[in-house]
Ligand binder design. Structure first.
Ligand SMILES: [Zn+2]
Length: 243
């Protein structure tokens, strides 16, 4: 067979093998990607909970401040009460005292309500943190395994690339650029075998004259229908004949 044709067939084979490694890589990484997705969702929950907790603490602080102010007010009322004797004024202070006491009750109730919610949110946060820790542990465990597989894959890829580079260095540059042009639209089916008298790229039948020429393997021939480079696969018998 024509040396250039042989090189093109090999080049095409190597390039499609390189391409086939991509889905393999995705499959290897898939379990960890899933875990990372889960982790990202939990991190979002964590952030939301932390925000809620911060807001609750702020509200609690405000209510505690109100409570403190009300208690001071109550002390002042008590002080005033001890100083005055007039009944009318005393009555007015009594009413004021009642109002402040009821405000204190309200603030206390609100504080209790907020603390209950805060406690619940803190528990939820603890739960989420635990789940994140678990996922991190799983990721670490899986990473080791995946890293090994990826390294092996990388080694394979490097070998294929090196073989490809070797051919590109040897091949006739004109033939190489011709191949590259076909590759732009045909991808890894730029060089295809003729099977059952048809181009296995476009499945159109090849006429006898062209088939005969392809069978000789002396030239680089294109499919007249689609433009891919065609060759005839060597059967074990013909290999023996050639030897
Ligand atoms: Zn074709």
């Amino acid at each position: 067979m024509n040396q250039n044709l042989k090189q093109l067939i090999e080049l095409n084979r190597l390039e499609s093998e390189i391409l086939q490694l991509e889905p393999v890589e995705k499959r290897i990484k898939k379990p960890i990607l899933k875990l990372e997705e889960e982790k990202a969702k939990l991190e979002e929950q964590k952030e939301e909970l932390e925000k809620e907790i911060k807001e609750l603490k702020l509200k609690l602080g405000k209510n505690e401040l109100t409570l403190k102010e009300m208690k001071e007010k109550l002390d002042n009322i008590a002080k005033k009460m001890s100083q005055i004797t007039e009944e009318r004024e005393l009555n007015a202070l009594n009413i004021e005292e009642e109002v402040v006491k009821s405000q204190i009750d309200q603030a206390n109730e609100e504080i209790a309500r907020l603390e209950k919610i805060l406690g619940r949110k803190r528990e939820e946060l603890e739960e989420v943190n635990k789940k994140i820790e678990q996922i991190d542990a799983e990721i670490t465990l899986k990473s080791v395994e995946i890293e090994e597989k990826l390294q092996l894959l990388e080694k394979q890829r490097r070998t294929l690339f090196e073989e490809r580079e070797k051919i590109i260095r040897q091949i006739n540059p004109k033939i190489f650029s011709f191949y590259e042009k076909i590759k732009r639209w045909a991808g890894t089916t730029a060089v295809v075998p003729v099977r059952r008298h048809a181009c296995s790229g476009c499945y159109m039948v090849i006429n006898d004259k062209l088939f005969g020429e392809i069978a000789k393997g002396e030239d680089i021939l294109e499919c007249p229908h689609c433009g891919r480079i065609l060759y005839l696969e060597e059967s074990p018998e013909s290999e023996k004949e050639g030897a």
